[in-house]
Design a protein around this ligand. Sequence first.
Ligand code: ATP
Length: 438
Amino acid sequence: MSTTPETTLLEKVTSLCKRRGFIFPSAEIYGGFRSTYDYGPLGALMLRNVKNAWWKSMVQMRDDIVGIDAAILSPPAIWAASGHLETFTDPLVDCKNCHERWREDKIDGVCPKCGSTELTEARAFNLMFKTQAGPVADEGATAYLRPETAQGMFTNFSNVLSTSRKKPPFGIAQIGKSFRNEITPGNYVFRTREFEQMEMEYFVPPADAEEWYRYWIQQRYQWYLDLGIPADQLRLLEHDAADLSHYSKGTTDVEYLFPWGFDELEGIANRGDYDLSAHTAASGVKLEYFDQGTNERYTPWVIEPAAGATRAMMAFLLSAYHEDEVEGEVRTVLRLNWNLAPYQIAVLPLSKKPELESVSREVLAKLQPHFMVDYDVTQSIGKRYRRQDEVGTPLCITVDFDSLEDRAVTIRDRDTTEQTRIKIDDLLHEIWNRTTPA
Ligand code: ATP
């Protein structure tokens, strides 16, 4: 790796994530397992917050979208109908000189490792993980790990339509693991073989599809802004008509300025009636909507915002990472949005003396039903503030000996480092006032 400021940022964030328990290399005690990662105590909290923020904006805050949680294991029929068995492939080439393996469309005809132009002919490589369901390895036992969550929404279209009583325009949302046997995983958690997606299929009358496509591009772009990614690190990139997949009527990516340049965070596509029609043809079950108002039966078109939860978390971490100076000392601070920070609050008794414990635990118990709260009694208060800054905790609450007399505590703000004295009885009110729920 060269030592441009950008690669240094990636190294700093990777190291912080390891050191503080966000993200660990998987199977580390066995030497690791290439490009797979485990989310540690803080990473699991943050990833959950990313997914909750998406679910809240896509499902909870709307009356036109419902959520599902479909199976990961799926029969070949789904992937034959969706086109994945035939076309979900990447062009694979090997470098004849150093034998490294690459995706042809990502390398410009030159091996990025050794610079050789001696590459093999491209071969189509299917990205789906194939496995076997049950003890007998015959044809009927073949199963696939889903490479995207979207098909669960299409195959359940009629089930959801009849049980939820929704009608177009309406959406089905899902968050979950997907698996792709990527030829060149890498750039930390940007591209891994196992990852989490957040996808929504929005079913609309065909005539309204273009309008809804534009609507969802704006909604999804705004979501990243609202959660703290600066506007100059985000952009929308509309694909040229010539580059669109055969079924797509339009695709726009939300891109984030990763250390190596702008790259995809999420794709928003107008998929026409491709998916519902393909499953109708393959299954013989009509996936249509009958509009009782107009007496018309039609196949809705689909607008699909498809995002990666793990990739989004990486972007939130990179954009939150800052180094500034507090009282003449450099500090590392993650300026994470309140809704994404692993802990919203840390309760810090000034000393380990038992007198402080009961009032500190009283404060902790008051906050825990509402927020994720850390409780830390080790080391000096200055060091504890730095530790909380480094993992992005927006508020620290210090309990000191005066608290026993005045029933008040000190709230310290991560970004301004400003401290305010607040009565314990007013704490919850004060915190709600300071924060805007996503
Ligand atoms: P790429 O062109 O980078 O391979 P894609 O365009 O095939 O990605 P989609 O199928 O549109 O990606 O998937 C939607 C989202 O899922 C992506 O925008 C990304 O955030 C996430 N995603 C896809 N593949 C991976 C992966 N291997 N690792 C992590 N996230 C991924």
